[in-house]
Design a protein around this ligand. Structure first.
Ligand code: UDP
Length: 344
């Protein structure tokens, strides 16, 4: 869709534009696609440390800048006014957050606060935040509802929980309403092949399995085979990245219609073990994986499954790609079409 056509579509939030930070990243780039598909004009701010310029849909306006730098943030708000901010920029890697907490806190808290302060000065009243199931820490019960205690065990999870609290305080004091979306395991790729998963280094199980099946990794390491789960490997709730993206558009619509500040889980409500992920990818591709059993990875709870009923009732969110097969099929198509480019 060209920019001129976006202008002609009926945007669900009126004529104004939205600001997306971190729109060159995995979830951010899919959200930019969903916003443009919905007719919402979008400005992206990204420092391109982890994001990719060519991951951003051509119809978005792009500003290169860093949320840790207040001048960069002020510069982007000169392009406002913005009806809303959708905030993805930050550090999302749990092991890195242990190794370099200063960097994690600077990006996720200092950067977040710079952004929120500028949003307040710029008259923004709606904010959508990319949060995480990492806010919960080891679950006491599963599926996990939003009122489960927040006991994050990584600096990353702590920054997500802390920024949710910052948002809630800004809501009470300054009237900025927000929706924090707590993703479980984002996976897959845009079904039309316009975007996909690109982390460097890659640490996530589904792209690792697919890269192995493409011959780019000698084996798949299964971290932990003695968990109290039916096959001994960890169970996660994998949710299609395009369904996550859709939830952000719904959150914007809900805020525009007056919704109150909320934190909402996004998952499918059923989990798959690491071994089931590998078996499903083998079936989808007709290829056989070489698996090595390793010790447990630090900080991995045995089971993480979302209770997403609140997102369904508050947003009307209905995931369209409700199976691991569909998620893996889209990831495989992306990997097959773009894997070589990324290796170059
Ligand atoms: N995992 C694995 N081998 C890998 C990468 C991940 O066994 O090479 C496991 C990991 O220990 C966890 C699950 O796969 O139990 C999902 O991990 P991922 O990093 O994809 O997402 P996370 O749950 O950490 O957000």
């Amino acid at each position: 869709m060209r920019r001129s056509e976006i202008g002609n579509r009926q945007s669900p939030i009126g004529n104004s534009r939205v600001l997306v930070t971190g729109g060159g990243g995995y979830v951010g780039s899919h959200v930019v696609l969903a916003l443009l598909d919905a007719g919402i004009a979008t400005v992206v701010l990204d420092n391109f440390e982890q994001g990719y310029l060519d991951a951003i849909a051509p119809d978005a306006e792009i500003v290169s800048g860093d949320i840790r730098n207040a001048d960069d943030v002020a510069r982007v708000f000169e392009r406002g006014p913005f009806a809303a901010v959708l905030h993805f920029a930050g550090l999302a890697n749990v092991p890195h957050s242990f190794a370099d907490p200063e960097k994690c806190y600077a990006a996720n808290l200092t950067g977040g606060l710079n952004l929120l302060a500028a949003a307040r000065r710029g008259g923004v009243k709606a904010f959508v935040f990319s949060s995480s199931a990492a806010v919960y820490g080891p679950p006491e019960r599963t599926p996990i509802p939003e009122d489960h205690p927040l006991r994050p065990i990584s600096p990353y999870g702590f920054t997500k929980a802390a920024f949710e609290r910052v948002l809630s305080d800004f809501g009470a004091a300054y009237g900025i309403r927000s929706v924090s979306l707590r993703y479980f395991n984002a996976a897959g790729a845009d079904p039309a092949g316009r975007a996909g998963e690109r982390h460097n280094p890659e640490t996530h199980i589904i792209p690792i399995v697919l890269q192995h099946l493409r011959g780019k990794r000698p084996c798949i390491k299964v971290f932990g085979t003695d968990y109290p789960t039916p096959d001994g490997s960890c169970i996660r709730d994998y949710v299609h990245v395009s369904d996550l993206a859709e939830a952000h558009v719904l959150a914007l619509k809900a805020l525009a219609a007056g919704a109150e500040t909320a934190s909402l889980n996004l998952g499918l409500g059923h989990g798959y073990s690491v071994r089931e992920v590998i078996a499903t990818a083998e079936r989808a591709t007709g290829l056989k994986a070489k698996v090595m059993e390793e010790g447990r990875r630090e900080g991995d709870p045995p089971v993480l499954v979302a209770d997403s009923s609140r997102a369904k009732s508050v947003l009307g969110w209905v995931p369209r790609h409700d199976s691991l097969e569909a998620i893996i099929a889209d990831g495989w198509r992306w990997e097959s079409q773009h894997g070589q480019e990324r290796m170059a």
